[in-house]
Write a protein that binds this ligand. Structure first.
Ligand SMILES: O=C(O)CCC(=O)C(=O)O
Ligand SMILES: [Fe+2]
Length: 369
């Protein structure tokens, strides 16, 4: 690919195809693209239609994201604050969770380490031909289904503790840190889920553990510097579809993650990177189990002209075979009707991954009339 074709002609479909081919089919990712070209304008495949762009008039000021001090998990106030935040916004930050700042810095550095590897080295992990069955790299969200690409690459890890040596071929630059981060996040996620379940007159037991946290996956999201950030999106509007996500943001990069303030409005709250904090967000499965008591929060990521950014979500969720439906405990309590039809989680996943990021379309697709 010659650099000038992409740079000069913004509307030409040949340039469009060439960029897509380079990024997606040739498995360079958007990181490969920005390393190869000195871009002064945004390549056409990344130009979002005006209604999908994030503009400053959408930002809701004066509504800070709750920051919850969880140093004493047994304090009833902690449970109250977590349940309140899960009900209202569906997103909050926790501090004093027990993971040391140096450990958080270590996993961020490990993620950067991976994306700083030579392109050929990263490409060994490309989805579909990865050297590891439990770690793979791709770009955007769903590049073969999207008319506009998202400005990010991500490496996904699956924690399959019952499978011997599932980390054998993970990249050495980050392997130890990823394993340690999974192990540190797991008990924190379990404590939050326990609080949220207790509040629904339920609990975590052997029968539902596989639904609540039968799987754990981690992303290294990488958002390169973007020549025209106002025209692009790093991650499009979506809610996470799992139960609970615990996300680490890189310190210092402001104006990236936004959460939709209310279900029906188009106002968004900035989620500031807070040193030492972990962002927790409620996913669709908890909204379904709780019959809408908890809210899975729609969120999106804006990119930056001056700095690249890394974020590291850990997604706790059901195993594929789990049947997802509102909990009987919740329905009985108020003698209410289920608001969602029951669905096998693998079918739910299929619905989500079949289309581009599109707000809360997946959960809406199973809402009962
Ligand atoms: O980069 C972020 O802050 C959030 C990414 C995200 O929403 C996701 O990976 O699901
Ligand atoms: Fe997300």
């Amino acid at each position: 690919m010659s650099p000038t074709t992409v740079d000069v002609d913004r509307s030409a479909s040949s340039a469009d195809i060439e960029v897509r081919d380079y990024v997606v089919n040739q498995r360079n990712g958007v990181k490969g693209l920005v390393d190869f070209l000195t871009l002064t304008t945004l390549p056409p495949p990344y130009i979002q239609p005006p209604q999908e762009r994030f503009t400053s008039d959408k930002i809701l000021l004066g509504s800070p994201i709750p920051v919850i001090d969880v140093s004493d998990w047994n304090d009833p106030q902690v449970a109250r604050e977590i349940c309140h935040a899960a009900t209202k916004l569906g997103l909050f930050q926790i501090v004093n969770h027990g993971i040391a700042p140096e450990e958080l810095k270590g996993i961020i550095a490990a993620a950067r380490g991976f994306f700083e590897l030579p392109t050929e080295e990263r490409r060994r992990y490309w989805r579909g031909s990865s050297v590891s069955e439990t770690a793979w790299l791709t770009t955007s969200f769903n590049p073969y289904k999207e008319s506009v690409l998202e400005w990010r690459d991500f490496l996904k890890f699956e924690y399959v503790s019952q499978q011997h040596d599932f980390t054998a071929t993970w990249p050495l630059v980050c392997k130890v840190q990823v394993i340690d981060h999974f192990k540190r996040i797991k008990p924190i996620a379990e404590k939050i889920l326990k609080i949220l379940m207790n509040n629904l007159n339920s609990s975590i037991d052997e029968s539902n553990k596989k639904t609540l946290m039968g799987t754990m996956r981690m992303n290294f999201n990488y958002y390169p510097k973007c020549p025209e950030p106002s025209l692009a999106m790093g991650t499009g509007r979506h809610s996470d579809i799992n139960t609970l996500t615990l996300l680490l943001q890189e310190d210092g990069v402001l104006g990236s993650l936004y959460a939709r303030a209310t279900e029906d409005g188009d106002k968004w709250i900035h989620v500031p990177p807070t040193p030492g904090a972990i962002v927790v967000n409620i996913g669709d499965v908890l909204q379904i189990l709780s019959n809408d008591r908890y809210r899975s929060v729609e969120h999106c990521v804006v990119v930056n002209k001056c700095v690249s950014r890394v974020s590291i979500p850990v997604f706790c969720g059901p195993v594929n075979e789990s049947v997802i439906e509102p909990l009987p405990e919740v329905l009985l309590e108020n003698n209410e009707m289920a608001r969602y039809r029951k669905i096998v989680y693998s079918d739910y996943l299929k619905g989500f991954f079949e289309r581009p990021h599109d707000g809360k379309k997946t959960i809406e697709s199973i809402r009962l009339p």
